[in-house]
Write a protein that binds this ligand. Structure first.
Ligand code: Z5A
Length: 212
């Protein structure tokens, strides 16, 4: 009998939205439902991808061209898909990924101003037909996110952007959710963690009941 393909779940959100704080919760819910889960992240997820991540987030290339940034995201993604994500999905494993291509549309597209059509061409080239099955978008006001993120580590190359950049990123994400309401579920990330996790739990239970 042919192995059933695993599901591809991504988690997205602006700065300090709480992805890291909720990923273990999401993974444990899926595992409790009997799904084998591979957790990974973008940019990164492979040795080569993690090296690209250092180039992207570090401060040694502050004047990086926008196109270079976009192409590096997709270079890391190509490696990630071929060596990790696709083999796992084909083996029936559920892949839980901290950010994926929606982040390229939100940050490089809405944030930096690269045309959507250009990103779509790269998406088709690198991913073929593969798209996430479910995306949880953690949404909160930019100021709240920046305040939360500011209480953590030193800022990376993206975190040094101005507030206007993050406002465009947020609008970009919300537009994706409006365009694809079936795939992208908005989670209000403003309240306390327990309330955020209640919303996540409802969405995942619903997904597991209908598609899992
Ligand atoms: N990027 C891109 O441009 N294009 C692409 O295609 C891809 C990525 C894939 C790296 O992402 C950067 O890459 C990212 C976009 C870009 N740049 N930025 N900015 P990342 O995901 O590795 O890093 P990040 O966005 O900076 O994530 P983050 O700052 O780690 O945020 P988070 O994981 O969403 O938040 P958190 O660490 O869970 O929470 C932040 C703080 O808030 C922390 O102290 C928590 O304890 C606190 N917190 C969390 N939830 C709550 C609630 N509910 N109440 C109160 N406090 C809370």
């Amino acid at each position: 009998m042919k192995q059933q393909r695993g599901r591809f779940i991504t988690v997205e959100g602006g700065e300090g939205a709480g992805k890291s704080s909720n990923l273990a919760f999401i993974q444990s819910m899926l595992e409790a439902a009997g799904k084998p889960v591979l957790f990974t992240r973008e940019p990164g997820g492979t040795p080569l991808g993690e090296s690209i991540r250092e180039l992207l987030l570090g401060h040694q290339h502050t004047g990086m061209a926008e196109e270079t940034e976009l192409l590096l995201m997709f270079a890391a993604r190509a490696e990630h898909l071929q060596s990790k994500i696709v083999p796992a999905l084909e083996a029936g494993t559920w892949v839980l990924c901290d950010r994926f291509t929606d982040a390229s549309y939100a940050y490089q597209g809405a944030g930096r101003g690269i045309a959507r059509e250009r990103i779509a061409k790269l998406e088709d080239y690198v991913q073929g037909d593969l798209r996430p099955d479910l995306t949880l978008l953690l949404d909160l006001p930019v100021e709240t996110g920046l305040e939360r993120a500011g209480n953590r580590s030193a800022p990376d190359r993206f975190e040094k952007e101005a507030v206007g950049f993050f406002e465009r990123v947020r609008r970009g994400y919300l537009q994706i959710a409006a365009d694809e309401p079936e795939r992208v579920r908005i989670i209000d990330a403003s309240p306390a963690l327990e309330q955020v996790q209640q919303q996540i739990s409802t969405v995942l239970q619903d997904y597991l009941a209908t598609d899992g």
